[in-house]
Design a protein around this ligand. Structure first.
Ligand code: ATP
Length: 234
């Protein structure tokens, strides 16, 4: 479904991605793990059209989408849940969700999407008139995921969904990630929490300073001494 080859991204003089190649099969959960500053978010931003690659290709459903505008990428079925949630604090839960469906004109489809999102996240339904800025961290993560699902993506890009959450909530969020995938959405998951990421993914890549240094099935990487030492706490 997604095939990235030799992706290079620069922020001025900073060469953040130095020839990343990775692929995501339709229906899979693939994870990209790495430490702070390794280039995980930059990879997602290049896929979702928020950053222009300086070199390389991003093939999605057979077409090169590298460098095309973000809105067009959403239209083609890719939706990103940004790091740190980025919900609109002064809008209600329902208003935030509505914004996730901004490309959809059919009111019946939007209504149906609301029903689906509220089924998945009953807590958002209970709080639909609450201002997003007053939600807990876990609820904001749910809202950010719900907002991304409002466009019915085929490919969901998740940027560190576990960040800043208590372990019990991390487990809840990962259970939901699994459910979203089982309902048919392909997922590319960026995480520092290698333990959780490898528990949900089938395939994994390790990124260090802008390069893929290891790749394999999730179980291969769980057994890798390098991964154990650097990412799984020995
Ligand atoms: P984190 O987990 O801390 O978010 P990350 O793996 O997602 O890390 P990126 O945010 O992709 O890392 O950053 C990769 C590199 O690009 C880092 O060296 C970072 O400092 C640099 N970088 C990211 N955004 C910018 C920017 N807007 N301007 C300049 N450099 C940037």
């Amino acid at each position: 479904m997604l095939k990235i080859e030799n992706l290079n991204v620069k922020y001025g003089a900073i060469h953040a991605l130095k020839g990343i190649s990775l692929s995501v099969d339709e229906g899979a959960v693939v994870t990209l793990i790495g430490a702070n500053g390794a280039g995980k978010s930059t990879t997602l931003k290049a896929i979702s059209g928020l950053m222009q690659p300086s070199e390389g290709s991003i093939e999605y459903q057979g077409n090169n989408i590298a460098g095309i505008p973000a809105q067009e990428i959403v239209r083609r079925g890719i939706s990103q849940v940004p790091e740190g949630r980025r919900v609109f604090a002064n809008l209600t839960v329902a208003e935030n969700l509505d914004l996730g469906a901004y490309l959809e004109k059919d009111k019946a489809v939007i209504k149906d999407n609301f029903v689906k999102v509220f089924n998945k996240f009953p807590r958002l339904e209970e709080r639909k008139n609450q201002l997003a800025g007053t939600l807990s961290g876990g609820e904001q993560q749910m809202l950010a995921m719900g907002r991304a699902l409002m466009s019915r993506p085929k490919l969901l890009l998740l940027d560190e969904p576990s960040m800043g959450l208590a372990p019990i909530l991390v487990q809840e969020i990962f259970d939901i990630i699994k459910e979203i995938n089982e309902a048919g959405t392909t997922i590319l998951l960026v995480e520092q929490n290698a333990h959780m990421a490898l528990s949900v993914a089938q395939k994994a890549y390790v990124i260090e300073t802008g390069k893929i240094v290891l790749q394999g099935t999730a179980s291969e990487l769980r057994e890798s001494e390098e991964v154990k030492k650097a990412y799984l706490g020995g």
